[in-house]
Design a protein around this ligand. Structure first.
Ligand code: 9MG
Length: 403
């Protein structure tokens, strides 16, 4: 006998393998639902519910980590960790149907969380009946219409060179062009509305006129009036680094145009965000923020399926927070919404590598995308489009290879 460890990307690959080594279709179906263990953090669990859940979980072969104080019957609300395969969950749900203390509602919640977590393909609606498919990774190329851009140094601040760069980025593989007229780097001062309009609108009009409907154009702004004029000029998506917080009119504009919106997490404003940001647990705080922002957005008439989430690397985060966000990127999938990542040339890459010059941070920027890619990121906001496109192509080819 020989022993080795095998790995399977998902349930379907395991089922395929089981069939290929001679299991029956029914056997492969059952066994593949035992092949992957899921961990569900359940918070706000009553002491009695926590103890029943543990017992029921153990009885079906699963388990549940319950804090000592809860298993000693101290009254309270606790956070527990349910550990189960898909097959064990099915058996556990049958038992929970009969249980009190809020446990009846748990199966629906666990099922919804798992369904969202496993969702891997999205289609967003764009103006003029177009669509933005997000089953494969999409590159969002950065087009700075700012004279003081930290990476482009104002090289593309004339209309003609901006359009040329947009054209080049599309040829290099960008699906989305993100046009911004206000720097959001730490300490940056806000730009007056009319100045931002003056920078951004002619670029959007010219890119749309020259390149037609093909590129998806997003406007990087937190100002509702800039977004409105950009959408009139041909933009398709609003990229709001404030997650609809800074301008009370923004959600209404997005809702009335029915366009996709990027809700990014930020702590503070670009001016003050790097002044001693602190998190107990950045990932959990960002997840709570997304929950609140999604509720706000949908309450304002934005369709849930038109929301893209972005944890906002570098926006009010310490180095450790940025690294943890990347390491635990997959946790943001709990919403079942497409995820965007923007690490390109950012200062945390400089902090890790010692590379001071942002343009020299390509290798570090690409490396930072790996955990985000495997965590399910679908949109990659970058300066170096060609290199990122090729990089993602290789990751994609490996993922899709049938071994
Ligand atoms: C404008 N901008 C700068 N960095 C960004 C990031 O990481 N995400 C998004 N959505 N926008 C960004």
């Amino acid at each position: 006998m020989k022993v080795r460890v095998r790995e399977f990307k998902d349930k379907a690959s395991l089922r395929e393998y089981l069939l290929s080594v001679g299991n029956t279709p029914r056997g492969a179906q059952i066994l593949s639902s035992k092949g992957r263990v899921y961990l569900f953090e359940v918070s706000g669990v009553d002491t009695r519910a926590a103890n029943i859940l543990k017992q029921d979980a153990i009885s079906v072969g699963a388990d549940c980590a319950v804090p000592r104080r809860a298993s000693s019957f101290e009254k309270g609300r606790w956070t527990v960790l349910l550990i189960a395969t898909e097959r064990e969950l099915a058996k556990l749900f049958e038992k929970l149907k009969e249980q009190p203390f809020g446990l009846k509602e748990l199966p629906a919640r666990v099922e919804a969380a798992l369904k969202n977590y496993l969702k891997d393909s999205f289609t967003l609606k764009l103006p003029r009946g177009r669509e933005l498919p997000l089953s494969k990774p999409a590159v969002m190329g950065i087009l700075n219409a700012t004279p003081d851009s930290f990476s482009d140094g104002g090289l593309f601040n004339t209309l003609e060179s901006a359009v040329k760069r947009a054209e080049e980025m599309v040829e290099e593989g960008a699906l989305i062009i993100d046009v911004g007229g206000e720097s959001t780097r730490p300490g940056a001062e806000p730009v007056p509305l009319e100045e931002e309009v003056r920078r951004v609108i002619p670029v959007i009009e010219a890119v749309r006129e020259r390149l037609g409907d093909k590129p998806v154009i997003s406007v990087d702004t937190y100002k509702a009036e800039v977004a409105r004029r950009a959408l009139e000029a041909g933009a398709d998506v609003v990229n709001d680094i404030s997650g609809l917080q800074f301008d009370p009119e923004m959600a209404g504009v997005v809702a009335s145009y029915g366009v996709p919106v990027v809700i990014m997490h930020i702590k503070g404003t670009p001016k003050n965000m790097q002044k001693e940001p602190y998190y107990e647990d950045a990932v959990s705080e960002i997840i709570d923020y997304f929950e609140e922002r999604i509720e706000f957005a949908t309450g304002q008439g934005i369709e849930r399926e038109q929301i893209i989430l972005d944890p906002g690397i570098g926006f009010g985060k310490r180095l450790i927070d940025n690294l943890c966000i990347l390491k635990r990127f997959g946790e943001f999938r709990v919403f079942g919404l497409p995820l965007l990542i923007g690490t390109s040339r950012k200062s945390f890459i400089g902090a890790v590598t010692g590379v001071k010059e942002p343009r020299e941070r390509l290798a570090g920027s690409l490396a930072s995308l790996v955990p985000a890619y495997y965590g399910g990121a679908k949109i990659f906001r970058v300066h170096d489009v060609k290199e990122t496109y090729h990089f993602l192509k290789v990751l994609e080819a490996v993922e899709e290879s049938r071994c």
